[in-house]
Design a protein around this ligand. Structure first.
Ligand SMILES: Cc1ncc(COP(=O)(O)O)c(C=O)c1O
Length: 504
């Protein structure tokens, strides 16, 4: 076969397979998807926010070999609606009070579809000047909100976990260099597990992490931190980084950031503030007061998919000195020689871990521009007020007991029975069983979604009213249901056991 014949043979066997279809068909499919989304949003209130299923159920519903036959979009959406949709909790439900509610707006959802549909690459300027500039604008808005200087930099990432990982990598690289087996990291014992995971991922041993105790308001204790740093220096180790919470996951506690900033400066420590939850509290006067000193931090994690009501996934890391990110992450592979390395532009692949990045900034940019910042300031204030309302209602209840004064929008409480604890039972064990049963009953009845944790080794229920769809009526009715359901559960338990007296 000569060269021409070879080329002809190749041409003959290539049939130009594509996944595209005619515009009318694509539009029709798009309308079906948008109908499904709008049905989801408008029907949320009437559904249960708590839908769980075990692995055998899900396997039976969905397990199949890789599909050989094509299916229509109608058939796929039917399968989605029947076999997938009913089996997930709804973090965007107005009575989702667990963890941190995440409730996207229709504008953010459509912008995400737009980013996906246009498939822009946001990894470097050369490939995406438009997307890069939009991301810079969004980062500038966040920098202004936080009081960060213009030389600060950052990037959008998948969420708080990735932002924390990026921050710790930068802290390690800038403070310790390439040899870090004597470096020591300090965090509050209330820090999010993504910090521990990040430390492990980047090669720190468990014995290089100090968990600093907290005071009765769950804020990191400065004296304990100072003593730990001093002891480590005396032992010849290299303290390099402190992580502060600006809204801890358990209780929403905000560490003494102002004092931490002064101490970190004095000790030449990198201060990272994990404000994944609380950062957008900066949009309110009350939040700004609590987060005083955050502008002194070397790096800050934000989660726009939490308190900025942007759909998953949207996290953000900001670094006070953009160069510290570039020093950590910049690579010069030969296959990227076309990209511009000019100092006046930003290549986001040099600010973090990902090269290929979706255009996450679009959903934040469009959401903020569509609604205007005042709407978000009002929402943040509203959620702080809803948490205060919840606390006042718990305080008024004879059986629902607030376990720690809320600082931002998380209220931790538990049900305390009015009837005696069974003689043979330890009080805490009994309270735990009662509260577990209460949460399970609330979920089973589809009334609300709550999550639980442990505070000073006591079982606690977390209540976080942070969804733009949550109304005061949702808070009031859920607390009434908690009280009533708690009493029912208590009655059933009492009929099982009997014993000594306890009360709130
Ligand atoms: C304080 C804090 N940091 C980090 C994270 C991790 O964020 P993500 O789940 O977005 O990765 C969370 C998650 O809730 C959090 O509450």
């Amino acid at each position: 076969m000569d060269k021409d014949q070879h080329i002809d043979a190749l041409k003959a066997c290539i049939s130009d397979v594509t996944l595209d279809m005619d515009p009318h068909k694509m539009r029709q499919m798009g309308y079906q998807v948008i109908d499904t989304i709008v049905d989801h949003i408008s029907g949320l209130k009437g559904r249960s926010p708590a839908n769980f299923a075990d692995p055998p159920t899900m396997k039976a519903l969905l397990d199949e070999p890789m599909p050989e036959q094509p299916q229509t979009m109608e058939a796929l959406l039917d399968t989605f609606k029947e076999r997938v949709y009913p089996y997930a909790i709804h973090p965007d439900h107005p009575r989702f009070f667990g963890y941190f509610p995440c409730s996207g707006s229709i504008v953010g959802i459509l912008a995400d579809a737009l980013a996906s549909g246009t498939n822009f690459f946001a990894g470097h300027w050369y490939a995406g000047a438009g997307p890069s500039q939009v991301e810079l604008v969004v980062l500038d808005w966040f920098k202004t909100m936080l009081g960060y200087p213009s030389e600060a930099g950052g990037l959008l990432v998948s969420g708080g976990s990735m932002a924390n990982l990026t921050a710790l990598t930068a802290a390690r690289h800038n403070k310790l260099g390439e040899r870090f087996d004597d470096g020591v990291l300090y965090l509050s014992e209330q820090s999010h597990a993504s910090i521990d995971r990040a430390a492990r991922v980047i090669g720190f041993r468990q014995d290089q992490i100090r968990y600093i105790t907290v005071d009765e308001t769950y804020r990191l204790d400065m004296n304990t931190l100072k003593q730990a740093v001093e002891a480590d220096r005396k032992a010849g180790l290299r303290p390099f980084c402190v992580v502060a919470n600006a809204g801890s996951t358990n209780t929403g506690a905000v560490d003494p950031i102002f004092d931490l900033a002064a101490f970190s400066m004095e000790q030449n420590l990198w201060l990272h503030v994990d404000a994944a939850y609380g950062g957008f509290g900066m949009l309110s006067d009350r939040g700004r007061h609590l987060l005083r000193g955050i502008d002194e931090a070397d790096s800050i994690t934000l989660d726009p998919h939490k308190w900025l009501y942007v759909p998953f996934e949207a996290g953000c890391l900001l670094c006070k000195d953009r160069k510290s990110l570039e020093r950590t992450f910049t690579m010069h592979p030969e296959y990227l020689q076309d990209i511009d390395r000019d100092d006046n532009l930003v290549n986001f692949c040099d600010h973090g871990i990902q090269l290929t990045r979706s255009f996450r900034a679009l959903k934040i940019w469009m959401t903020l521009k569509h609604y205007g910042i005042e709407k978000f300031q009002a929402l943040v204030d509203q959620h702080l007020d809803l948490a205060l309302l919840a606390k006042a209602l718990f305080d008024q209840s004879p059986v629902l007991d607030v376990m720690v004064r809320p600082q931002l929008g998380v209220v931790c409480f538990r049900y305390i029975p009015e009837t005696p604890v069974p003689d043979h039972m330890d009080r805490e064990t009994y309270l735990q069983k009662l509260n577990e049963a209460l949460v399970e009953r609330i979920h089973r009845n589809g009334k609300a979604l709550l999550s639980t944790t442990r505070l000073q080794n006591q079982y606690a229920i977390r209540f976080c009213p942070m969804n733009h769809r949550t109304t005061k009526e949702d808070v009031i009715s859920t607390i009434a249901v908690l009280e009533q359901t708690g009493r029912e559960v208590e009655k059933e338990m009492v009929s099982k056991w009997a014993g000594g007296q306890i009360g709130k």
